[in-house]
Design a protein around this ligand. Structure first.
Ligand code: MG
Length: 312
């Protein structure tokens, strides 16, 4: 199958990425990064999360972040909400798009939100009613779609069943998340095909982690399946810097570089995006895993006086 001509890339760095940072990222810096990402051409961003500030202190400034960002360029700013109260707070703060999440694995859902999958899905109904009343877009995300750290393989039929339940509620756009980087190209194909067989109308996005070095490989598997929506985080933000091996999201600029080299349009200025990634590295005060921000695109040539003679 031919690759898509263009793709839509959502940056989740300021939510999924910053959330894992130990030190509080100042509100003004979060706003600066979001504005810079939009200026670089990103048109969909997961910007913040309306969760309890006790549970996630890093997201305590969700209202201020949403109020402060530049909304004039036509980007969609998605806010993650864990429950009805979060959705109410997001809407009160002016959110126009919210994201509901549930795991495909029963055990992971239990550890993540302390309730069975069915209870999570039940809880979505009241949020859907609220969103409908306010004309808010609702997106969905299914965690552990390609494997669960507690259960191992997650049957594609289970992923499809969760997707069908969310789609039946009126959620038209769902991301399959590779929460702990267990996805492989065959598993991506199996999950995508199972979901498509069950709900052909659903628009699917893919969210990979580079935990085992397969992030971009899995994206190519998605492209081969004709998927046009991908998520990444600027600089590769995410994971936990204090947990060795807990590598974060696929890096957005590395993904954009891949897309451009495959002749796929993203609408994103790669040089500008690499500049944002380097700025984020300064903000968090440590090296991030992104590679293209360091090496530059392959078309960037080195000056001859940088050459080092290997012999003599
Ligand atoms: Mg992630």
């Amino acid at each position: 199958m031919a690759f898509p001509k263009s793709v839509s890339i959502c940056d989740v760095g300021t939510r999924d990425g910053f959330q894992a940072e130990h030190d509080f990222v100042p509100t003004a810096a979060k706003i600066e990064v979001i504005d810079a990402l939009v200026a670089a051409g990103l048109r969909k961003l997961e910007v913040t999360s309306f969760v309890s500030p006790r549970a996630v202190p890093q997201m305590a400034d969700a209202t201020e972040v949403l109020a402060g960002i530049d909304k004039t360029r036509g980007a969609e700013f998605v806010c993650l909400v864990p429950n009805l109260r979060g959705a109410e707070n997001a809407i009160r703060a002016g959110a126009r798009a919210i994201l509901l999440f549930v795991s495909a694995s029963e055990t992971h859902n239990g550890t993540n939100v302390n309730r069975p999958i069915a209870a999570s899905l039940d809880g979505f109904r009241a949020i859907m009613d609220l969103a409908l009343r306010h004309g808010i877009t609702v997106h969905g995300s299914i965690s552990t779609a390609f494997g669960c750290p507690f259960e191992g393989d997650v049957p594609p039929a289970q992923v499809a069943s969760v997707a069908r339940a969310m789609h039946a509620m009126g959620i038209g756009h769902i991301a399959l998340g590779d929460t702990t980087g267990m996805g492989t190209p065959p598993l991506v194909r199996a999950a995508v095909e199972a979901v498509r067989d069950t709900c052909p109308e659903l628009r699917l996005a893919l969210h990979f982690h580079n935990t085992r070095g397969l992030g971009l490989v899995n994206i190519v598997a998605g492209l081969e399946l004709g998927i046009t929506d991908y998520e990444g985080s600027v600089g590769g933000l995410g994971g936990c810097p204090f947990a060795p091996g807990a590598t974060g999201n696929v890096c957005t600029e590395d993904m954009v570089n891949l897309m451009h080299e495959l002749g796929i349009e993203t609408g994103i200025d790669l040089d500008a995006l690499c500049g944002v990634a380097r700025r984020v590295e300064t903000l968090v005060g440590r090296s991030l895993p992104g590679q293209v921000m360091r090496a530059g695109p392959r078309g960037r040539l080195s000056p001859l006086d940088c050459a080092v003679r290997a012999i003599g």
